[in-house]
Ligand binder design. Structure first.
Ligand SMILES: [Zn+2]
Length: 84
């Protein structure tokens, strides 16, 4: 069972973890990444115990973000082949 329901606005963005976090009663942090949110994941887990929370958010807020940043699909062919 989920420990709690938490709105994304009440969570804190952690630059180091690259994840939204929320204090866990065990002293660690519940964590969920933007990738998780884009995929529709709504469970933020604590790495130190078995608790988790259900994150309440608008999936569209995160879905848009991805389509704008798709620019790593063009591998450059710069293989220098030494032919004697
Ligand atoms: Zn915990």
């Amino acid at each position: 069972m989920s420990y709690d329901d938490v709105e994304i606005e009440d969570m804190e963005w952690n630059e180091e973890l690259q994840a939204y976090t929320f204090p866990c009663p065990c002293g660690d942090l519940f964590q969920i990444t933007k990738d998780d949110l884009r995929l529709g994941e709504e469970i933020a887990r604590c790495p130190s115990c078995s608790l988790y929370i259900t994150v309440i958010y608008n999936a569209e807020d995160f879905a848009d973000d991805k389509s704008k940043k798709k620019s790593n699909l063009a591998p450059s062919k710069q293989q220098t082949v030494a032919v004697a």
